[in-house]
Structures are given as structure tokens and as C-alpha cells.
Design a protein around this ligand. Structure first.
Ligand code: FES
Length: 237
């Protein structure tokens, strides 16, 4: 298939503003958009900047906007864009470092604030912290998050308010608030109970639509809000 690409190029300090550059190549329907980007870089234009590593939807490093939707380039196939020009842009709402490479540090900092690790008080068990299957089921989808930031790039609230904690950090909060082995649920709930925390989510569902791991992000944020209402607000009455 003859494929046409329009890719955002921008080198801060060199270019005055971002611009699109066009590329074309022959690709097989089963090839991934990431394969095309690699070939463009290796065969046509070595200056093109983008991130990628595993190539299999595991590392989360190739989040970008492809024809208006945030996605992993390694999960999108050429055949999905048959007959279309493929427009590839960096994840919205992030500072661009080079072309499709964005600065993810502020995002990772928000995730870090969620203390994304199990905190279990008491003496550690001899072998492992066991969990009943029905308890593990409550969080086993949230565990899939690979921190690709596609949800952050898609979220209209993040786009307008950079103070908003954002969908992925809230997924990590959810993952431990509802983990039966964690001892800090209350502390974790309080950490997201502020106007730019869980309450800023306006239910656009764009995060859920864009998540490459099919996590029900919006549903989990609403579950956190309900838990705040039941545990913190009700407790104050
Ligand atoms: S390259 Fe690792 S998720 Fe796509």
C-alpha cells in the first residue's frame, strides 16, 4: 500500500514554531505505524525524533496522536488507515522536546505523588502477601497501566488545566486505594480529595477511549469520587 504521512516537526531553539513535513512509503497492511516511522527515520530522514522501545505495547514509550487520536504507534496497523493521509503529532498538553518527543517529567512527578507502590503495615509475611482472587479482581485491570500518557494527552481537562492531577495518576491512586493488602487507603483518598484532584474530572471519557490497555479510566475516577463521598465526607457528618 502506498502510505502518505504528515508528521509534526519541531526543534525548540532552532524552529520558530512547529510545522508538518510530508513523507511517503510503500507498506504492508499488517505493518505497524511504528514500523513506518522507523523506516522513515532509517531510510529517508534521520533527523526525525520519536520514542519507542519494546514495539509490543508494553513499555508505553511511543504514545503520540495519530489522525486525531492518542495511541501507541506500535499498536496501530497500516491497514487501519487505508486511503487516508496519516497525520502524526506529539501528545497534546505536553511540552515538545523534539518532533514527537514530549517532556514526561511533570507527568511522572504526578504519578510519584500517588506513592505508586504497596504500603502494608505490620510485619512482612514469611513468603508473600496473599490476596483472595475476588480482592485481586478489584484492581487487576488498573494494574495494566503502562504510563504511556495517552489518557493525559486525550483529556480535555488536562488540556485546559495543567494543575489537574490527570487520568493516569488517578488510575494509580485507584490501584492502591482498593488493594486489600494496602494499609494507606484513607491517606491515599485524602491525597486526591481536592479541586484539581479526582474532582476535576468532568467525565469526557476520552481517557477511556484512548487507553491502549482498555482500562475503564473514567469509571475508576468516579469510583474514587464515590469512595471520597462515602468515607471522608460521610465520616465528617
Ligand atoms: S514501543 Fe513499547 S509500547 Fe509501543
Amino acid at each position: 500500500m502506498e502510505m502518505r504521512f504528515k508528521i509534526t516537526r519541531f526543534a525548540p531553539g532552532v524552529d520558530e514554531k512547529p510545522y508538518y513535513k510530508e513523507y511517503g512509503l510503500e507498506a504492508e497492511p499488517g505493518e505497524r505505524i511504528l514500523d513506518c516511522l522507523n523506516r522513515i527515520k532509517w531510510e529517508q530522514d534521520g533527523t526525525l525524533g520519536f520514542r519507542a522501545s519494546c514495539g509490543h505495547g508494553v513499555c508505553g514509550s511511543d504514545g503520540m496522536r495519530i489522525n486525531g487520536r492518542c495511541a501507541l504507534a506500535c499498536q496501530k496497523l497500516v491497514k487501519e488507515y487505508e486511503g487516508e493521509e496519516v497525520v502524526i503529532e506529539p501528545l497534546p498538553s505536553f511540552k515538545v522536546l523534539k518532533d514527537l518527543v514530549v517532556d514526561l517529567d511533570p507527568f511522572f512527578e504526578k504519578v510519584r505523588l500517588m506513592k505508586p507502590y504497596l504500603i502494608a503495615d505490620g510485619a512482612p509475611p514469611a513468603r508473600e502477601r496473599l490476596q483472595a482472587p475476588e480482592e485481586s479482581k478489584k484492581v487487576d485491570v488498573a494494574i495494566r497501566c503502562i504510563l504511556c500518557a495517552c489518557c493525559m494527552g486525550s483529556c480535555p481537562v488536562v488540556n485546559e488545566n495543567e494543575q489537574f492531577l490527570g487520568p493516569a495518576p488517578l488510575v494509580w491512586a485507584f490501584r492502591f486505594i482498593f488493594d486489600s493488602r494496602d494499609s494507606r487507603s484513607l491517606e491515599r483518598l485524602k491525597a486526591v480529595d481536592y479541586p484539581d484532584g479526582a474532582h476535576a474530572c468532568a467525565n469526557y471519557f476520552e481517557c477511556t477511549r484512548s487507553c491502549p490497555k482498555e482500562i475503564s479510566v473514567t469509571k475508576y475516577i468516579n469510583r474514587i469520587k464515590r469512595e471520597i463521598q462515602m468515607t471522608l465526607n460521610e465520616g465528617e457528618k
